[in-house]
Design a protein around this ligand. Structure first.
Ligand SMILES: NC(=O)c1ccc[n+]([C@@H]2O[C@H](COP(=O)([O-])OP(=O)(O)OC[C@H]3O[C@@H](n4cnc5c(N)ncnc54)[C@H](O)[C@@H]3O)[C@@H](O)[C@H]2O)c1
Length: 359
């Protein structure tokens, strides 16, 4: 019997997308059931020297804009044509900032292979008048594919340097598919495990960015480690309560996986959301997040501010604001309704969540 061979395409080529390409490309070379080549769709950009980013990646094997100094692997092929990049793939890795996903999915309808499986590394959600939708379910619904997620304590630049870390794959039903994702992401320095809780894993990865903004405010106000730990604890509780209200099937244990408390810790200590929120608080809320993002992140995108807005919209639609003082206050600070110092004044005021119990 001829063994089925899997072809992987990565949709996205930012900081984390490029590291995902490096991890996967190192494995497809070693594993017989995967084609060596890993295609990476690149949102084309012209760099200051006039060269196209795709051409440079294919020439130098390095994403000079989003992951400078790291060799991706000679079997990574950058492709600026989205439809062309996916046409032969039966394993699709989605890893772009979440605000671009609706448009990307629309362009891909009817263009992917019938046996394709997907995984989302994207943190964020879409909030429509009908209610919130996780990115994995947007992908599943629009493209008619099964979609797992991979989240974890994963600051991309550290994994690019092959420093040990862990991640969690969340899946719905098919454990065999989840194990295939574990196989192509896992390396001796990147340990991946799978849990049957796709919503729990994805909500952990999404909501921790809001807590990281709160942690950045605390740093910017120089309030010290006890305060930051308190904000992280309150934030973790709100993450758990919100996730379980949205999806009662979410498991408590998921919060102890890499995607849960570990990702929360690393993001509150070192991530980009923390960094920009720190600068925002130091400016007394006078400089906008938009301006600070452009100045400090050089083309990388901030997720926490838009996620805070999406979460706030869900809280507003459902009348849950008073039960989630940290989530609510982060948004109100981001839009200038409250000063950064409100993060500590308001976050301790959690009241009862009627359907969940005390926070
Ligand atoms: N960087 C990390 O450490 C990290 C770790 C874990 C998860 N993530 C998540 O991975 C996802 C992708 O983040 P990243 O760090 O790879 O990206 P990034 O923020 O480094 O880069 C932004 C990317 O968006 C692309 N882009 C810009 N405009 C676009 C458009 N109109 N349409 C499509 N693409 C466009 C850029 O080309 C670039 O590839 C996010 O959801 C993020 O939360 C990031």
């Amino acid at each position: 019997m001829i063994q089925k061979k899997y072809q992987v395409t990565i949709i996205g080529s930012g900081n984390w997308g490029s590291v995902a390409a490096k991890l996967i490309a190192s494995n497809t070379l070693k594993l017989n059931s995967f084609h060596d080549e890993v295609r990476m769709w690149v949102f084309e950009e012209t760099l200051p020297n006039g060269e196209k980013l795709t051409d440079i990646i294919n020439k130098t094997n390095e994403n000079v804009k989003y992951l400078p100094g790291i060799t991706l692997g000679s079997n990574v092929v950058a492709d600026p044509d989205l439809e062309h990049a996916v046409k032969d793939a039966n394993m699709l890795v989605f890893v772009t900032p979440h605000q671009f996903m609706e448009g990307i999915c629309k362009r891909l309808v009817g263009k992917i292979k019938g046996d394709a499986e997907a995984i989302s590394l994207i943190k964020g959600m879409e909030v429509n008048p009908e209610g919130p939708q996780m990115i994995s379910s947007l992908i599943s619904k629009q493209l008619g594919v099964n979609c797992c997620v991979l989240m974890g304590a994963n600051i991309a630049n550290e994994i690019a340097l092959q420093k040990f870390s862990e991640a969690t794959v969340g899946y719905k039903e098919d454990e065999e598919v989840a194990q295939r994702w574990v196989q192509i992401f896992g390396t001796p320095y990147f340990h991946v495990s799978a849990v049957r809780d796709v919503e729990g894993v994805e909500l952990c990865g999404t909501l921790k960015n809001v807590v990281a903004i709160a942690a950045g405010f605390v740093d910017g106000l120089e309030m010290g480690n006890n305060t930051k730990a308190a904000i992280m604890r309150i934030g973790l509780n709100e993450m758990k309560a919100f996730s379980k209200l949205m999806f009662p099937s979410v498991c408590d244990n998921t919060f102890f996986e890499s995607c849960g408390v570990a990702d929360l810790i690393t993001t509150c200590l070192g991530g980009r959301n923390r960094k920009v929120a720190d600068a925002f608080a130091r400016s007394g809320g006078k400089r906008s997040f938009h301006e600070l993002e452009a100045e400090l992140l050089h083309g990388q995108k901030l997720q926490g501010v838009s996620t805070a807005e999406e979460v706030y919209e869900v809280l507003r639609q459902r009348g849950w604001q008073e039960s989630f003082p940290l989530f609510k206050t982060v948004h109100e600070i981001c839009v200038g309704r409250l000063p950064p110092s409100a993060i500590v004044q308001q976050s301790g005021n959690a009241t009862q969540i009627p359907v969940y119990g005390r926070l």
